[in-house]
Design a binder for this molecule. Structure first.
Ligand code: GLN
Length: 490
């Protein structure tokens, strides 16, 4: 590796942008560095489904032109970013990890992609994911699983496993994921990177291939909280293309990072430390609590009493919404099509061949739960429990500024461990799904390693639209620790 390559691999997103603006290296050199890294590692890790080599180099050349002619540069000028394959990119294949969309090339950019490009960021490729974002391991992808760069016999988490692996393995300095029940935070935890799920309504989902529309969020996966703040600043804010987008101002998330956390009340949630939590994770979280207390945070005990109902509530609502959202994939418009003797047979054969097993399972569960006679017992009931879960947060966040706990009950599991038992996989989402049900922001930051050498993540959850507080605490924690700077050797 050349000196330049070594240097680029160590830089934060903000530093990359700064070096390019100052002409220390060009956007083309930087993009080429990451394309080379992808070239070396992607066959093995399978982190990217599509590499945007030519397009990325063209965009980089355009940035270099701006630098040379001393034109005004965007806040992310020259910064490579990998985008989850469930997010539309104009002219660049977007499959959502599904055979159904294997050859789908969107005619437009998702709002967040447009904003990133307008800010000068360079889309370097599309990352692997569980089909339609349904899963926690990236094993449900039609192109096969992504491997965890820390130990390749383990999963990277999911469904944004490709995005997390890209950042962990230095195939991209930043990435974008989506999070319906933990899909940014859980892979961030498993791969030792920082992952932020913003408040519902904070970041536009226009152009995100919908899974569960009342639960879907888009957010960054980065090497640090400071980098997450930089990306969030660009992608956040109202968008008239998304009817659920909040009309709330979102400023510069980087400004509050350095403010002291002295006196900030951090609630440690009782229900997050019960049976099922691996002792290694518990120890790492206790140590993280000590670090934050040393920085002046006030640690208090708090409770989210309905935690045990979060997983069943989430899976009922997510499956119901998925069954409705995925009805559009019928072989008539932009999808894969199987032949049939008549229209109905064509629909059936297309959906039978186009969807994988997990997606079919969820469509059937959701269709069942929404059918007349069962609607009240499942969907309506789950919606009521969801309301109570939201109230738990309202109460808890009255007496503390944020809630701290583990992101996941265990570190990454072995490939294949849960593929025969989907229920076991669902149950491991216990700490992440509540934030989606309540719509509150949550971040996962690296806070240690298991004995097997796999990363551990700490989750911070906050009040609606208080991403700044989460980023500030995460950043202060990262000023004191170096877990987020460790890199895998693979
Ligand atoms: N693991 C959860 C699921 O399988 C969450 C997925 C997600 O956030 N997209 O539904």
């Amino acid at each position: 590796m050349s000196r330049l390559n070594r240097e680029i691999a160590r830089l934060s997103a903000a530093e990359i942008v700064q070096h390019i603006a100052q002409g220390n290296f060009s956007a083309t050199e930087c993009t080429q560095h990451f394309l080379d890294a992808i070239d070396r590692a992607n066959t093995r890790l399978n982190a990217l489904i599509t590499v945007a080599g030519e397009q990325a180099l063209e965009s980089a050349a355009a940035i270099d032109q701006l630098v040379q002619s001393k034109k005004k540069l965007g806040p992310l000028a020259g910064l490579p970013i990998a985008i989850k394959d469930g997010i539309c990119t104009a002219g660049l294949r977007t499959s959502a990890g599904s055979r159904m969309l294997q050859n789908f090339v969107p005619p437009y950019d998702a709002t967040i992609v447009k904003r990133l490009k307008d800010a000068g960021a360079i889309v370097i490729g599309k990352t692997n994911m569980d089909e339609f974002a349904m899963g926690s391991s990236t094993e449900n992808s039609c192109v096969g699983p992504t491997l965890n760069p820390w130990a390749t016999e383990f999963v990277p988490g999911g469904s944004s496993g490709g995005s997390a692996a890209c950042v962990a393995a230095d195939l991209a300095p930043t990435a974008i994921g989506s999070d319906t029940g933990g899909s940014i935070r859980q892979p961030a935890a498993f791969c030792g990177v920082t992952g932020l799920k913003p408040t519902y309504g904070r970041v536009s989902r226009s152009g995100l291939i919908a899974f569960g529309s009342s639960l879907d969020h888009i957010g960054p996966l980065t090497r640090s909280a400071a980098d997450a703040a930089l990306i969030l600043t660009t992608i956040a804010g109202h968008d008239s293309q998304d009817s659920t987008s909040a009309m709330i101002d979102s400023g510069d998330y980087s400004t509050a990072l350095d403010e002291s956390i002295k006196g900030l009340k951090i609630g440690v949630c009782r229900e997050h430390f019960g049976a099922g939590l691996n002792p290694e994770i518990d120890i790492a979280i206790q140590e993280a609590i000590r670090v934050l207390a040393d920085r002046g945070a006030q640690i208090v005990e708090t409770s989210l009493p309905q935690t045990e109902f979060a997983v069943p509530t989430y899976y009922v609502i997510a499956c119901c919404e998925a069954s409705s959202n995925l009805a559009r994939f019928d072989g008539v418009r932009y999808t894969h099509r199987e032949p049939g003797d008549d229209l109905e047979q064509m629909y059936c054969q297309t959906r039978a061949a186009g969807f994988g097993a997990e997606v079919k399972r969820r469509i059937m569960l959701g269709t069942f739960a929404l059918s007349s006679g069962y609607y009240d017992a499942y969907y309506l009931r789950a919606s009521k429990v969801r309301r109570i879960i939201k109230q738990d947060y309202d109460v808890a966040l009255e007496s503390c500024d944020l809630i701290l706990g583990p992101t996941t009950p265990t570190a990454a599991f072995r490939l294949g461990k849960h593929t025969q038992d989907p229920l076991e996989m669902y149950l491991a989402d216990i700490y992440t799904v509540s934030a989606n049900l309540a719509g509150v922001p949550a971040i996962s930051v690296p806070c240690g390693f298991s004995k097997a050498g796999l990363p551990i993540g700490m989750q911070l959850q906050g009040r609606a639209f208080a991403e700044s507080t989460l980023l500030q605490v995460a950043h202060q924690y990262q000023q004191q620790t170096d877990w987020h700077l460790r890199r895998p050797v693979f």
